[in-house]
Design a protein around this ligand. Structure first.
Ligand code: 13P
Length: 248
């Protein structure tokens, strides 16, 4: 049985003081033993959020990192900077980074390898555009993203990776994929994982759904056999996040 993982992606929201206030308001209710809860916060919020969640089971994640250990890369953050602080997770290849910051399957793959080398748990994002869905190439496209992103990763390392399926048309639009649509793609993702790493590993890997997850649709989505939790944007900044964590 895979443990569900529910992560909030705060995106570019909350100053350090606002982050503290949000942690204080959510901490008690999302401190769950049943599911893994992660707050993926802006870099400058990492320190205050790590302090604020101390003593709880909430883990902290970053939303990006660079694929080199150190050096002349102005403005970038290295994996060691994250691990030294106590950060456990890192989102890699979010569609917003692919869209606005020229992230490609190749950089995703490099970042993934570097994150694993440093013991960070990557949450690797994939997902199709509306145009691709309408063309009927969703599965083909997502399969390709998964294969390219996971190229050269060993079976042993793969086990710890989390995949987030986030259809771009469902992000921030209030238009959630139906549970069946989400399941169909998550099942296809597990199929690729099986082709790459074998059935045992594929069964152990967790696949999240993301895209307008809220307290109303979470239970139905998370009940699907291949959906192991969610990557939540907008609703992770609200009190409703507690209801998503307690989705049953
Ligand atoms: P929303 O939940 O706001 O649609 O965002 C989803 C997302 O992009 C999470 O990474």
């Amino acid at each position: 049985m895979r443990k569900k993982i529910i992560a909030g992606n705060w995106k570019m929201n909350k100053t350090p003081n606002e982050a503290l206030a949000l942690c204080q308001s959510l901490k008690e209710q999302v401190n769950s033993q049943e599911v893994d809860v992660v707050f993926c916060v802006p870099f400058v919020d990492l320190y205050p959020v790590l302090e604020a969640v101390k003593g709880s089971s909430i883990a902290v994640g970053a939303q990006n990192m660079f694929y080199e250990d150190s050096g002349a890369f102005t403005g970038e953050i290295s994996p060691a900077m994250l691990t030294e602080m106590g950060v456990k997770y890192v989102i890699i290849g979010h569609s917003e980074r692919r869209q606005y910051f020229a992230e490609t399957d190749e950089t995703v793959n490099k970042k993934l390898k570097k994150a694993l080398e440093h013991g960070l748990i990557p949450i690797m994002c994939c997902g199709e555009t509306l145009e691709q869905r309408e063309q009927g190439i969703t599965i083909e496209f997502v399969r390709m993203q998964i294969k390219a992103g996971l190229q050269g990763i060993s079976k042993e390392k793969a086990e710890g990776i989390i995949i987030a399926y986030e259809p771009i048309w469902a992000i921030g639009t209030g238009k959630t994929a139906t549970a069946q649509q989400a399941q169909e793609v998550c099942q296809a993702i597990r199929q690729v994982l099986e082709e790459l790493f074998g059935a045992d590993t594929a069964q152990k890997m967790r696949i999240q759904y993301g895209g307008s997850v809220n307290e109303k649709n979470a239970a139905e989505l998370f009940a699907m056999p291949d959906i192991d939790g969610g990557l939540v944007g907008g609703a992770s900044l609200k009190p409703e996040f507690a209801q998503i964590v307690q989705y049953k």
